[in-house]
Ligand binder design. Sequence first.
Ligand code: SF4
Ligand code: SF4
Length: 371
Amino acid sequence: MTDNYLGKEIGKLGFGFMRLPRKGNDFDYELINRMADRYLEAGFTYFDTAYVYTGSEEAMRKTLVERYPREKYQIASKLNMLNVQKPEDMQEVFETSLKRLGTDYLDFYLLHGLNAMSNKKCEEIGAWDFVKKLKAEGKIKHYGFSYHDNAENLDEILTNHPDAEFVQLQINYLDWDSEDVQSRKVYETARRHNKPVLIMEPLKGGLLANENSTLGEFLKKANPNVSVASWAVRFAASLDGLIAMLSGMNSMEQLEDNIKTVQNLKPLAESEMKVLQEAVELLNSIPRIPCTDCKYCVEQCPENINIPALIRIYNNYLVYNSTANSEMPFRMATMNRGRPSSCITCRACEEQCPQHIEISELMSKMVPLYE
Ligand code: SF4
Ligand code: SF4
């Protein structure tokens, strides 16, 4: 279940605090606490959050830091270049993260969502020296970065910063050979530089977990005794050089399923890899917009358009070739917010989108369909 990376034995299932379950306007703390208890009891210890995940660091303090001895788990948080304009801002963001989390150190600190452009800002503002200084001061134990760009640029970053201790990558079987996300290529690049890897989006924001879908039907036919999600978990968690695979779980069922899969981890057999290849072909034959609901775009939009919610609606249209049943979700998505026709095509959202979605063009396609 574990490998000895970065001086600690860490169970390979990480608990992502980006998409926490909600109750009304707040997080569902009763459920989150139960999930954290069960997760720790099962022997897992890695919790992932970020300065930009609204309310997430505070939720981690309440659920974890205020309820368990600090040495019982690891906390990872992230510094996003969107939140800093000058070098002094980095210290302020870091101190804010510590305060929200109620801790005086982080186990893992990541430069958040690097690509060629944001890494340029890291270089200019001195972010690499900043994280090195934090480590020397004992305020963080390890530093690395999460990454959303191609293999070539990753190679350049790792060549220029051999001191980065690990890389967090978007890896799942659907994106493994995709030219956009380049899961395989970025993974192989990181490993060539001898970096251990954290995996994010192993279920592609839940898209690879849905039992009631064409994919679900296909995988259930291949093996009715396992969950659809377990295929994606086994694919990611079996990779060599893994620190942990992060999953943004928001129900006990998902947590139990992931625990079961990772505790009894069996790498996929050749015949199962073939099934996944066929599943990928099937999914690829249904054109969809690959939004993971990360919401990086939303903060950038001057018209306050709920982009991921609208993309979900549009994806239904693409799959079912119909706008039936979309009236209510569309009304909810646009309540007190911009509509597709509000888009001024500034493309600020597109600069932040890790999936490289052409959001402004999509908005113009939605206008005649829904307005
Ligand atoms: S391009 Fe449209 S959707 Fe994107 S940030 Fe600008 S106004 Fe918002
Ligand atoms: S459109 Fe892109 S940035 Fe926005 S939520 Fe979807 S994946 Fe994230």
